[in-house]
Design a protein around this ligand. Structure first.
Ligand code: FAD
Ligand code: NAI
Length: 464
């Protein structure tokens, strides 16, 4: 029998791969997508973005019922935790999302090839003993968590985010290694549910990719919520015993070792590209020094007809970045000329308050020698934030000193992840801080803090 042939075979059905497959099919190409998980949606839908946001939402409600509602005059007595239900709800949310992708595959006539894919040769993909032909092969195999030497993962007492999302008991003491996105989101979840949480971070600051001023205030707010920070500290070993895990830590600069005893340890020190078993070396697809698939602009690898997108290539490891690349590549394969603007990709840490960022940080502008002006506005001066009882944080806008063009925006505060969207759009459109300041913003809304920060950058805020 002749082998089955497609215009495009995408390997991996995460937000990069499944979106690329759907868009390519919408543009009239015949498409298959290889996925080895039982369900579609990749890391993001199964063990990443979606389940973590479900638990963040649920734990936030628990914390509100326990502490915050009383201040609003709402008395809730006898609040208790049903963790099994909370976890079951998380499972339902994940199922609705992964089933949704399967539905979209059927609707758009994308064939799901179930199993682990290997590139047998340019134009040939092998899955579950069958070989399929393709004009174009897309590598969208994503990433996995980086292991820490000397700290062996068992996903029960020493966990990655995957185990950290699935705990069936609130740990007495959770030690998080890494003060980045995962450490702070999952640390917040388990702190709200009652765990003592210690964050051990190698650097002398948390969220190293975010603006430094924002990170400092963010850390202070998290500390008020009860998270304990051990900055400038490295973990040198872990010993499992009946009483949990004993970690040996020392100052990042060296010095005397000390021990921290934890019930559960979450290792969250970053993620790395996943290309295991794909056969890349055999077909000549080159990797960079960090094991990521090397691409030239437009997602071409070193082998003609083989392309790559998402976490497996360079750039921020974010679902929407993978999606944007998936769409752009599908359009390229259909003969169009799309473009991804890497200057306008927002990043959001979904703690409470949230932290959101788009464009350059103040540190980046300084190191590039760009002359800029900064405008800031605190939520404590915003009427809506006061009405909500959510006055922590501020908006910071960075604009070119000469042209007033927006270069970066950083928000720490309520719903920062939603508020950042208007600034991503503004950067995409090449807007100035004056453009944002002169745009009508509904009153009373949190967005008015964005307008006021823009006013502060180009002139004077009204309400400060
Ligand atoms: P992935 O989603 O990793 O998908 C790759 C898929 O390829 C996987 O399903 C894998 O099984 C499959 N695969 C790999 N090799 C093969 C093979 N040889 N054959 C067949 N299938 C294969 N990002 C955000 O933007 N917002 C968030 O809120 C957010 N939260 C996160 C929370 C956590 C806990 C984690 C871990 C990540 C989070 N991320 C978030 C990051 C986000 O999940 C990733 O950036 C995104 O999933 C990358 O998409 P991708 O398509 O490149 O790869
Ligand atoms: P991260 O890169 O965000 O943070 C890792 C942290 O660990 C850094 O602060 C780093 O300095 C620190 N670190 C590194 N080595 C260390 C060591 N040996 N000891 C102590 N600290 C160490 O990585 P994280 O949190 O694992 O998440 C991986 C990626 O997944 C994120 O970078 C992000 O791209 C994505 N993600 C996105 C989310 C979102 O968009 N809301 C949520 C969760 C993950």
């Amino acid at each position: 029998m002749a082998e089955k042939s497609f215009d495009v075979i995408v390997i991996g059905a995460g937000p990069g791969g499944y979106v690329c497959a759907i868009r390519a099919a919408q543009l009239g190409l015949s498409v298959a997508c290889v996925e080895m998980r039982e369900t579609l949606g990749g890391t993001c839908l199964n063990v990443g973005c979606i389940p973590s946001k479900a638990l963040l939402q649920s734990s936030e409600k628990f914390a509100e019922a326990g502490h915050a509602l009383a201040d609003h005059g709402v008395r809730v007595d006898g609040v208790s935790l049903d963790l099994a239900r909370m976890q079951a709800r998380k499972g339902e949310v994940v199922k609705a999302n992964v089933d949704g992708v399967a539905f979209l595959f059927r609707k758009n006539k994308v064939t799901w090839l179930k199993g682990k894919g290997r590139i047998a040769a340019p134009g040939r993909v092998e899955v579950a003993g069958e070989t399929y032909a393709a004009k174009h092969i897309v590598i969208a195999t994503g990433s996995e968590s980086v292991p820490l030497p000397g700290v062996e993962i068992d996903e029960r007492t020493v966990v990655t985010s995957t185990g950290g999302l699935a705990l069936d008991r609130v740990p007495g003491h959770l030690v998080v290694i890494g003060g980045g996105y995962i450490g702070l989101e999952l640390g917040s979840v388990w702190r709200r549910l009652g765990a003592k949480v210690t964050v051990v971070e190698f650097l002398d600051r948390i969220v190293p990719t975010m603006d430094g001023e924002v990170a400092k205030q963010f850390q202070r707010i998290l500390a008020k919520q009860g998270l304990v920070f051990r900055l400038g500290t490295k973990v040198t070993g872990a010993r499992k015993g009946d009483e949990g895990v004993t970690l040996t830590v020392e100052s990042a600069k060296g010095g005397k070792a000390e021990e921290i005893v934890a019930d559960v340890v979450l290792v969250a020190i970053g993620r790395r590209a996943y290309t295991e078993g794909l056969g890349l070396a055999e077909v000549g697809v080159q990797l960079d020094e960090r094991g990521r698939v090397k691409t030239t602009n437009g997602f071409a690898t070193s082998v003609p007809g083989i392309w790559a997108i998402g976490d497996v290539i360079a750039g921020p490891m974010l679902a929407h970045k993978a999606e944007d690349e998936g769409v752009a590549l599908a359009e390229t394969l259909a003969g169009q000329h799309p473009h991804v603007n890497y200057e306008a990709i927002p990043g959001v840490v979904y703690t409470w308050p949230e932290v959101a960022s788009v464009g350059a940080t103040e540190e980046e502008l300084k190191s590039r020698g760009v002359a800029y002006k900064a405008g800031r506005f605190p939520f404590s001066a915003n009427g809506r934030a006061r009405a909500m009882g959510e006055t922590d944080g501020f908006v910071k806008i960075l604009a070119d000193a000469a042209t007033d063009r927006l270069l970066g925006a950083h928000i720490l505060g309520p719903d920062a992840g939603t508020l950042i969207a208007e600034l991503a759009l503004a950067i995409e459109f090449g807007a100035s801080s004056e453009d944002v300041a002169r745009t009508s913003h509904a009153h009373p809304s949190l967005n008015e803090a964005v307008k006021e920060a823009a006013l502060a950058a180009h002139g004077k805020p009204l309400h400060l």
